[in-house]
Design a protein. Structure first.
Length: 465
């Protein structure tokens, strides 16, 4: 009969062997229990997949689960382009640069029948609002081109549960927020144009579960604080108090939880700028968490809900070199999803959306000027991630130094090590077949190793003693 100490030793040995097993093997075992190390932010296709610099990235998923991104495309005369990920590559939806001329403030959404629609500020049509849809072959204008009264900013497009198409924007001609809908032939105002008390900035449009349009914005007449209004069928009315934030805000983002409650995220100015999320409880706007979700001033704040109902916020993180960070609210605290500042460089015009499987994706204009999309997912289900034989890490376990040996992968690669919390502890570019790396300053523990380049995504685990 085996002694208890012998059984414990065998269990320890089994645990270590499991950690050191190849990725491909672990990925196939149904009994494998995931840990925080098994999930990370990874590129969807190639980073910087657009032909050139982009602005105003907008991310949405088709009914079949494909991610689409719309953006202002500098490589195509600053016109609008839409691309989708086909499982291997990012490919154009129709023709890149399909708008009639230069544009800005693009917003992307899908109809119930699965057609992608874009709304944007159309420079060719007197800097007014234009909406187009992809009919399966071409991008065609919905109604009239340039239908707004004048120059719009912060354009948002959205569909009601019944399929009604809405567009909201900051309306400089009418000095306020305006929402319009498509009646099948023409674009008509929802209530009065410019319905806010004063100029509305950072307008964000969302449709409630009963089909009522809501708009959140930074309100000039209320010391630039946050206000939310809804259309009650006749008039635009305040949701709670107008100017409910404690200070001036920017980057307002409005979304409804699966339960049908309105939430708004924003960046709030103060002695230290922070990001906050507020929920409307039927009477008042109440904060989520005891403190804001960021320690510095967040830009391009974007709020979305997971299918399970958790609020997530993506933003350009001032405290992490203006890289992308995503946080979620667990019911008590705001927690970082993966690593803070996970993008390779600065991230502008961040757009957050969830796949049908519940994985958060972010699209943004990266520091190199191109469009990039990343997702937070299991390292064992990523693209081209199981070619374990293409690289090796030794010795394992290690104490002072490790060697990275690459086979069959050409070009410059990016190597990184993450601890059990998902934080990057060591990172560098490598181009040689064999590279020696000092790890003597890292504490003992289990680490995840990533090796990425334009073609492959490889992972392994290593123990530092």
């Amino acid at each position: 009969m085996k002694s208890p100490n012998h059984i414990i030793s065998m269990k320890k040995l089994f645990f270590i062997l499991m950690l050191l097993s190849p990725v491909a093997l672990i990925a196939q075992q149904n009994w494998y229990k995931s840990s925080p190390l098994d999930y990370m932010w990874m590129n969807v296709g190639n980073p910087g997949f657009s032909a050139g610099e982009v602005e105003y990235t907008s991310l949405a998923f088709s009914a079949s689960g494909e991610p689409y991104v719309a953006f202002k495309d500098y490589a195509n005369s600053r016109k609008i382009s839409v691309m989708k990920f086909d499982g291997t590559d990012w490919v154009p939806v129709g023709t890149n640069g399909f708008s009639s001329g230069e544009m800005s403030y693009v917003s992307l959404a899908f109809s119930a029948s699965g057609e992608p629609y874009v709304a944007y500020c159309d420079y060719v049509n007197s800097y007014k609002t234009t909406v187009m849809k992809f009919d399966g072959t071409n991008w065609v204008i919905v109604g009239n081109a340039g239908f707004s009264a004048g120059f719009p900013q912060y354009i948002c497009i959205a569909f009601s549960p019944s399929g009604q198409l809405y567009v909201g924007f900051s309306d400089y001609v009418n000095s306020g927020a305006t929402v319009m809908k498509f009646d099948g032939t023409n674009w008509v105002n929802v209530g009065i144009a410019g319905f806010s008390a004063g100029m509305a900035l950072y307008t964000s449009l969302a449709i409630g579960p009963s089909g009522q349009p809501y708009v959140a914005y930074k309100e000039e007449e209320n010391s630039y604080k946050a206000t939310v209004m809804k259309f009650d069928g006749t008039n635009w009315v305040n949701v709670g108090a107008s100017g409910f934030s404690s200070g001036e805000v920017s980057f307002t983002s409005l979304a409804f939880s699966p339960a049908g409650d309105p939430y708004v995220a924003y960046s709030e100015y103060g002695s230290v700028g922070t990001g906050k999320v507020m929920k409307f409880d039927g009477t008042s706007w109440i904060p989520l968490g005891s403190v804001g979700f960021s320690t510095g001033f967040p830009e391009y704040t974007n709020l979305a809900f997971s299918p399970s109902g958790q609020p997530y916020v993506a933003f350009e993180d001032e405290k992490n070199d203006s890289r992308a960070t995503v946080m979620k609210y667990d019911g008590t605290d705001w927690l970082t999803v993966g690593s803070a500042g996970f993008s390779a460089g600065e991230s502008d015009y961040i757009s957050l959306a969830f796949s049908s499987a519940g994985h958060p994706y972010v699209a943004y204009g990266d520091s190199a000027g191109g469009a990039s999309v990343m997702k937070f997912d299991s390292v064992f289900t990523g693209i081209n991630e199981t070619q374990k034989s293409w690289f090796s890490v030794y010795p394992n376990p290690a104490t002072e130094n490790i060697s990275i040996e690459i086979n069959g992968v050409s070009g410059e690669s990016y190597f990184s090590m993450l601890n059990a919390l998902g934080h990057v502890c060591l990172a560098q570019k490598i181009s040689d077949r064999k590279t020696h790396i000092n790890i003597g300053n890292l504490p003992a523990g289990v680490y995840l190793i990533k090796l990425t380049n334009e073609k492959v995504f490889l992972t392994d685990k290593i123990i530092i003693q």
